[in-house]
Design a protein around this ligand. Structure first.
Ligand code: 3H9
Length: 723
């Protein structure tokens, strides 16, 4: 009946089957082309004599929604362009909903965003038992734009619509069935039979699909008191969870509120108005850009993983402190057996305690059963001897951050390993090339840098030393994936990518403190800007001893920018015996309130030692620029030097490794949002603060060309093929 590049329409015994199959993409998405084709398909369907239509996917999943890759340009082109982008599919779905016969969406594996919106425009929806269903648009900083707020509300009711849309929930098939979003859940191979049966019953008048259409077209008869309460409590929940940098969930709530009392057509109009509003925010542009950068990172990881000669079946961790225990715990959680080795029982106990407390918190939060916790713990094999190392595929050394100790331990461990094993170090700053000089198989050695706390931080840096082989990198990336982590491959240098950039940021912090600015004032400004915590709090969490050590390494490696002429704030506090959060005192004092919740208050000793003058109170904009400029500059340097392969990887590493605010889309995407030229002009005003604030050549060149980090082929593409 119709054959396009994406849609194929066939008929058999009065029933039409519309198959979606986006070429050159592992999942089906609604690109402009798909939307235009669907309109042609509807031309055919509207004039066909049929008793029903089922919509199926030619891939192993149904539909992942709108093509997010088209968003960045559209969202920057103004309200009219956004409306023009959305309208054709709004019309398509209205036409689909009005076809003169019953329609069923046959959902295999997933229906997300516009994919579910298409299914909601059908009369019935059936899905396989493993399917995931949802409207995750708010995760992208937008709201559903093709009738999702209107139809989900009418089909599933207010509570489900609010919960699913505002929290971007992906529901299981069973939950979607309970919520009346699905009509049947069956095994994968029974899906078409189930859909055909529904269409047969409609054709024979046993089921009335028209009733469903009426329900979708009418306003809802809501109890004003109950619905008022539901909206207000959802609003309070959203305000607390999303915060002011994420306007989409609240916009979704308002769209739903309006959709409830309006006709379907009017409701669709107000949905569009809210969509246009949020799509133009910096957050929407940043979050859709972030999705693409994240996919690029995952794709690269998949390419590496495919090259790994051996898949990790057993891990070993040497050095059972907080980090070692955290890595072992993560391994156990992901079902990977792990030996946890230390030279003394105290170390083992500390590592096991760390693992048990992380898993215990999962149980408390209802994320894990007690039985699953017990099973996970059996995967950790504590050991004081080297024997279990002989069967490990990958070993992570996580002993004290001291080059001599690490070299000795690594050489000892290497001697115990099978010839095929990959050996890695979890060092956070020490050169991998330098550590490799202690080894006989340096090509099988790399850095595998986890972040603290291991279970919560998504990033692992895979560090390639001068002699590390491609297969070792591939196996390390594969191992990181098996541990549920996002891997970014970086070349060796002091601090690698993340800590090198972080310590430039801390150098900016030290410079502000040198000017007498109160650290609580700086922390508050950076939190308002979106960081999960300010730099003083972060230094306390890292530990002032650890930070002092790393700072010294960085000062040694990059004396011109990070060299310490005066004792830095970290050094001053550390030398006064303060360790930060773990010792109860650092920049702040850490205590628990009556309910046992941690409280932090500025430490008066720190205020005095650092000679803080409460009169120096630069505004937020100045603080953010003075803090961020050294970070941006250093990130540019890592790109120029080929430490990191691409702008997207650099940005994702900052988000996953440092907690850089996601709504800004990444450090370099944030600079792009200001404009590279404008950012350089702002930097010029800070020259008096020294080398940390000298604009990097890469940025100056982009500024001269009027280009951006993501817009320039030279910076957004992979710079260094060795990545
Ligand atoms: C929406 O629908 C808004 C509407 O209401 C109104 C709009 C105007 N677009 O993650 P994977 C690609 S908003 C473009 O590795 P998995 C992805 O880039 C949308 N591309 O596989 C990758 O490409 P490549 C709401 C997409 O099995 C490949 O597919 N929908 C899209 O781990 C495989 O992806 C969402 O937010 C897309 N929508 O996970 C869903 N989806 O191979 C977003 C996937 O070239 N997508 N790709 O690198 C996801 O959450 C996951 O990709 C999914 C598959 C769960 C689908």
């Amino acid at each position: 009946m119709y054959q396009g590049d994406i849609f194929t329409l066939t008929r058999k015994a009065g029933i039409a089957e519309l198959e979606i199959n986006t070429p050159d993409s592992p999942v089906n998405v609604f690109s402009r082309k798909a939307i235009a084709e669907l309109s042609q398909v509807l031309d055919v369907l509207e004039h066909a004599e049929l008793s029903g239509l089922m919509i199926v996917s030619g891939k192993d999943s149904f539909l992942a929604g709108a093509d997010i890759k088209e968003f960045t340009d559209v969202f920057s082109s103004g309200g009219e362009a956004i409306a023009a982008h959305l309208t054709p599919n709004i019309q398509n779905f209205q036409r689909l909903q009005s076809l003169p016969f019953a329609t069923v969406a046959v959902i295999n594996k997933l229906a997300l965003g516009g994919g579910l919106e298409m299914a909601l425009a059908c009369d019935y929806r059936v899905a396989d038992t493993g399917a995931r269903i949802g409207l995750p648009e708010t995760r992208l900083g937008i709201i559903p734009g093709w009738g999702g707020t209107v139809r989900l509300l009418r089909i599933a009711g207010l509570d489900t619509a609010l919960e699913w849309i505002a929290t971007a929930k992906e529901a299981s098939a069973a939950d979607a069935l309970k919520a009346h979003v699905l009509d049947a859940v069956v095994a994968q191979d029974e899906l078409r039979g189930c859909a055909a049966e529904l269409l047969r019953r409609c054709a024979q008048g046993e089921m009335d699909y028209e009733l469903r259409r009426q329900q979708k077209n009418q306003p809802l008869a809501l109890n004003p008191i109950e619905s008022g309460l539901a909206f207000e409590s959802a609003k309070a929940f959203i305000a607390q969870k999303a915060g002011r940098h994420y306007p989409a969930p609240l916009a979704a709530l308002e769209a739903i509120r309006e959709a409830a009392t309006k006709s379907a057509l009017e409701a669709a109009e107000s949905e569009l108005a809210y969509f246009i509003q949020v799509a133009q925010t910096d957050t929407a542009k940043a979050l859709s850009g972030l999705f693409i950068a994240d996919q690029a990172l995952s794709k690269k990881a998949r390419q590496w993983q495919a090259k790994a000669s051996v898949k990790t079946a057993k891990l070993a961790v040497v050095g059972a402190g907080i980090m070692g225990g955290g890595i072992a715990c993560q391994s156990a959680l992901k079902g990977l057996p792990v030996a946890l080795k230390d030279i003394n029982q105290k170390g083992i106990d500390l590592g096991l305690q760390e693992a048990a407390s992380v898993l215990g918190r999962r149980v408390e939060k209802g994320k894990m059963s007690v039985a699953a916790l017990a099973e996970a713990l059996t995967r950790i094999q504590p050991t004081l001897n080297d024997q279990p190392l002989a069967t490990a595929d990958v070993v992570v050394e996580a002993v004290v951050e001291n080059i001599a100790v690490k070299k000795t331990v690594l050489a000892d461990v290497e001697a115990q390993l099978p010839a095929t094993a990959v050996l890695s170090s979890n060092t956070s700053t020490i050169s991998i090339t330098e550590l490799a000089t202690a080894l006989t198989r340096p090509e099988q050695f790399c850095g595998l840098h986890f972040f603290n706390p291991v279970h919560a931080m998504p990033l692992v840096e895979v560090i390639r030393g001068a002699k590390t082989s491609d297969d070792t990198v591939a196996r390390a990336v594969e191992c990181a994936g098996a541990l549920g982590k996002k891997a970014v491959v970086v070349n060796d240098c002091a601090g690698f990518l993340v800590n090198r950039v972080l310590f430039a940021y801390f150098a900016g912090f030290a410079a502000l403190l040198d000017d007498g600015v109160d650290f609580t004032h700086i922390d508050a400004a950076m939190v308002r800007w979106g960081w999960p915590m300010g730099p003083a709090h972060l230094l306390d969490v890292v530990g002032l001893d650890t930070a002092e050590h790393a700072e010294a390494t960085m000062a040694n490696a990059f004396p011109e920018r990070m060299g310490r002429t005066n004792p830095s704030p970290t050094t001053i506090l550390y030398q006064a015996g303060l360790l930060g959060q773990k010792g109860g005192k650092g920049f702040y004092c850490y205590e628990k309130d009556k309910r046992g919740r941690p409280q932090k208050t500025p430490n008066p000793d720190a205020v005095q030692m650092l000679n803080i003058q409460s009169t120096a109170k630069p505004d937020d904009e100045t603080i953010v620029l003075r803090m961020m400029a050294p970070l941006v500059n250093e990130l540019c340097r890592t790109l120029q030097e080929g430490i990191v392969g691409s702008v997207a990887e650099a940005d994702m590493a900052m988000i996953y490794g440092l907690g850089f605010p996601a709504h800004r889309g990444g450090v370099l995407r944030w600079v792009d949002s200001i404009g590279v030229r404008q950012f350089c002009e702002q930097l010029n005003t800070l020259r008096q603060y020294g080398p940390l604030y000298q604009t990097e050549p890469m940025m100056s060149e982009l500024a001269e060309q009027g280009a951006s980090f993501y817009g320039s082929a030279a910076t957004s593409a992979t710079l260094n093929p060795s990545h």
